[in-house]
Design a protein. Structure first.
Length: 198
């Protein structure tokens, strides 16, 4: 369940920024539609790079240590922790450059562990991986409508994005705690992996 919660938070970040990043930039910094389009490209480029780098890092750690806790759990906790730390100051800054840098790092960090989430299901429940993935994606789908709707309600009630960013930081922090406490895939793994001795 820890993996599912962390993936729900991953989805919340993804759908928040997919639906509300242009509106945040336009509303907070009075950017034109054209400018918003250019400014909102950077976080997704960084996320694409992070996905490639961190998925390779996860597999390398598994080959070298043979421990899913190190290769998957710690990677998930680290990326979500970085996302929590980076997104919180966005709630309080009125500096466009700083906001974009923080958002770019937060999006890249949050998206970076995507492969590890999926890999855990195969590592732990190889004979029921489709079921496990379906349950995980169920939570992801919930985040797909909850993040845009809840953010819209928060912005409508408060007139700004401060509370929305604070909520995202709290969600990411909760996924770090839950992952570190409960995410122990080595106890339930469906096969034993020998560390690479080379």
């Amino acid at each position: 369940m820890a993996n599912n919660w962390a993936f729900f938070v991953f989805g919340y970040f993804l759908f928040f920024f997919m639906t509300w990043l242009p509106g945040y930039l336009e509303r907070t910094f009075k950017l034109s539609i054209t400018s918003v389009g250019w400014f909102s490209v950077a976080p997704w480029l960084a996320a694409a790079l992070a996905l490639i780098l961190l998925s390779n890092l996860s597999d390398m750690l598994l080959r070298r240590t043979g421990k899913l806790r190190i290769a998957r759990s710690y990677l998930i906790a680290a990326t979500q922790g970085l996302a929590a730390l980076m997104i919180l100051p966005v709630a309080f800054t009125d500096n466009l450059t700083l906001a974009l840098v923080l958002i770019t790092v937060a999006v890249a960090a949050s998206m970076g562990a995507n492969a590890a989430f999926y890999a855990v299901n195969i590592d732990v429940t190889r004979d029921r991986s489709a079921t496990a993935l379906g349950i995980m994606d169920f939570g992801f789908a919930i985040s797909g409508f909850l993040a845009p709707a809840l953010t819209g309600w928060i912005v409508g009630q408060s007139g700004g994005f401060t509370e929305a960013f604070m909520l995202m930081s709290a969600l990411a922090a909760s996924s770090v705690v839950i992952t570190l406490v409960f995410h122990r895939p080595d106890r339930h793994r469906s096969y034993q992996h020998r560390p690479d001795k080379t």
